[in-house]
Design a protein. Structure first.
Lengths: 368, 267
């Protein structure tokens, strides 16, 4: 009977269990990580997402071995490695500043890890060549690192970290220094490399769009805590907390009264008096009041009807869609995003009366 | 119709003051070098161009001795100082700030602040005792004394270099399976090399040039080039001293030039 559990454990590449990281002591102590647990699966593209100072980089550094947890364990394939120094962990990092060795050539940079592992040079040559091909840098192997561009440095940093075939690759905001177009290209490249090498990627970013487009799963962090772990779809469509909903994409918050829960679905009464169904966030504790969230593209502005009503405050044209900013009759803002068509405008102007038609499956009750 | 010009670079008197400063600084040196090529015996009367005194100095065994001794002391002191300063620089930069770190900086740089004559007298007294106890009176004392005051000069450029170095490089090396010694040998040391060379050469020049401490610490027959010249000035002064000084100046200029180029290249 132990077999299935063991088999399931093997699917976990790296796990942080109950990690606490405290800087300083006494009342002035700062908790950078507060009881963080994350289990990252093999071959997964896993993203730690949060604003600066949320602890995501501290957690990454802990997995790499540059920080040691105050409490808790770091497990690599079930084995606690929290006490191991970085050079004994089969984990490599792509640093935010790339940290390429300026006194070595591109080729020597990529070979560094293999040389330190004591691989015979007959193996190192072909492996370095393979890695440079993977990142399309084979023509610049003999360049010094100050003779290549930022985008190229990024590729070399990747090749260098991938060359020793680590169990886990850590990426510390590696795209933040690139311009928009290059960043988009590298996002696709990174996904390709991850699927080609089959290595588990742990990616740190504060860019929610980057996280949504690249990740298999995302952990949203704030103030040293993990708020929610899930697929991009889960995180976007079923946010558990106000912070998650707010941090990822644009959203509308509404206060509603809880009418009842049946079959895993809630019925809530909006302040307009109309009742609508809503999904419920995990960990929700029933109460009389509820905060619900509705994404702007899951509601329509209508001339008549709808569950809410208000007045148009602003209309902003975005090319693919139009944002209509509304002030609700009961107070508070609401934003609707509408797909544009060629033949007609959205049909609303500032000052117009407007109804809001919320899609049947749009509302989610947050845990607060 | 004079228009007021508000330019900090052109103010009345600046040019004059600068000219005066340069004359005061360099005229004596130029005179000294010029008279090294004097054919006559006099330090003041010009008797025509000649390399006579350079030859005289080169043939003088006392000068040869002193020059060789100066070189040995400077090389030894600068080498030991560069190693010690490198270790001190790493210990004081690759650490989180802690109480007492500022004190350590001050302690390492103390020889820069203590008047040299005080150090010289102190060393004279201590080494006199040690000489009696051990019976040893070789060059070791001079090398030790020179090393001590050379360390801060070697320390400053090395520390500056270390502080300018991205610590992520050392982390990256550790991340790529390099144990601490390999991190030092393969990454820290190669990147630090210009700083160490600069520190070494600065220490070398400072040691070569020292009079006060050498004069107090040396035993009989241990003249260095500067103390020899000082001794000569007390007796009959010939342009031989000028010739030695000119050669000395040339060596220093060459060293400082190399130092400058090393520092400028790849920072």
């Amino acid at each position: 009977m132990l077999e299935p559990a063991a088999a399931q454990d093997k699917r976990i590449a790296i796990e942080a269990r109950g990690i606490v990281k405290q800087f300083g002591e006494g009342p002035s102590a700062l908790r950078a990580l507060d009881n963080v647990s994350v289990a990252i699966r093999e071959n997964e593209f896993f993203t730690l997402l949060g604003p600066s100072g949320c602890g995501k980089t501290t957690l990454l550094r802990m997995i790499a071995g540059f920080e040691y947890p105050t409490e808790g364990a770091i497990l690599l394939h079930g084995e606690d490695i929290a006490g191991l120094p970085p050079f004994k962990r089969p984990i490599n990092t792509v640093f935010q500043s790339y940290a390429l060795f300026p006194h070595l050539s591109v080729w020597e940079n990529v070979a560094f890890g293999l040389q330190m592992l004591g691989r015979p040079s007959a193996q190192i040559g072909p492996r370095v060549a393979e890695m440079l091909r993977l990142v399309h840098m084979e023509d610049l192997a003999q360049r010094r690192t100050d003779q290549i561009s930022g985008g190229q440095a990024q590729r070399v940093a990747l090749a260098r970290a991938l060359a020793p075939a680590p169990k886990v690759l850590l990426l510390d905001e590696p795209l933040s220094a690139l311009d928009y177009k290059l960043r988009k290209e590298m996002q696709i490249e990174l996904k390709r490399m991850q699927s080609e090498t089959g290595i588990t990627f742990v990616f740190v970013t504060h860019d929610q769009e980057e996280a949504l487009t690249m990740s298999d799963r995302i952990a949203v962090m704030s103030k040293g805590k993990v708020l929610q772990i899930g697929s991009p779809w889960d995180i976007y469509d079923k946010p558990a907390e106000r912070f998650v909903a707010d941090f990822i994409g644009e959203t509308n918050f509404l206060t509603a009264a809880m009418v009842g829960i049946e079959g895993g679905m809630a019925r809530v009464r909006l302040r307009s008096g109309i009742e609508i169904p809503a999904t419920i966030a995990e960990g929700y504790t029933p109460g009389a009041q509820a905060t619900i969230v509705v994404r702007p593209e899951h509601a329509r502005a209508v001339k008549t009807g709808g569950q809410l009503a208000g007045k148009v405050e602003n209309v902003v044209y975005f090319g693919t869609d139009t944002h209509i900013y509304i002030v609700l009759d009961e107070g508070g803002p609401f934003m609707v995003r509408q797909q544009n068509s060629r033949s007609q405008s959205c049909g609303f102007e500032v000052g117009d009366r407007v109804g809001i038609d919320i899609a049947a499956d749009a509302a989610q009750v947050l845990r607060d | 119709m004079a228009r007021a010009r508000f330019d900090v670079r052109s103010q009345p008197g600046f040019g004059t003051i600068a000219l005066f400063t340069f004359v005061v600084l360099y005229l004596p040196i130029i005179t000294l070098v010029a008279y090294a090529f004097n054919a006559s015996e006099s330090l003041t009367a010009w008797g025509g161009f000649s390399l006579h005194w350079f030859g005289e100095a080169a043939r003088n065994t006392a000068v040869q001795d002193a020059a060789w001794r100066s070189l040995v002391i400077a090389l030894s002191a600068a080498s030991v100082a560069a190693v010690a300063a490198t270790m001190a620089a790493i210990a004081t930069t690759r650490t989180a700030a802690y109480r007492g770190l500022g004190f350590k900086y001050a302690f390492i740089n103390l020889p820069l602040m203590v008047p040299e004559i005080v150090t010289a007298v102190a060393l004279l007294i201590v080494f006199a005792r040690v000489k009696v106890w051990t019976g040893y009176s070789g060059l070791g004392y001079l090398i030790l004394a020179h090393t001590a005051f050379c360390i801060p000069f070697a320390y400053l450029p090395i520390r500056a270099r270390l502080e300018g170095m991205d610590e992520a490089l050392e982390r990256a090396a550790a991340d790529l399976y390099a144990p601490p010694w390999q991190v030092f040998r393969r990454v820290t040391l190669p990147l630090l090399r210009p700083g160490i060379i600069a520190g070494f050469m600065l220490a070398f020049v400072i040691s070569l040039d020292d009079v006060v401490i050498s004069e107090f610490v040396k035993s009989g027959g241990q003249d260095t080039l500067p103390t020899y010249m000082l001794g000569q000035l007390r007796r009959t002064v010939t342009p031989e001293v000028n010739a030695i000084a000119a050669a000395f100046l040339a060596l220093s200029v060459v060293l400082v030039t190399i130092f400058f180029f090393i520092n400028r290249k790849k920072t």
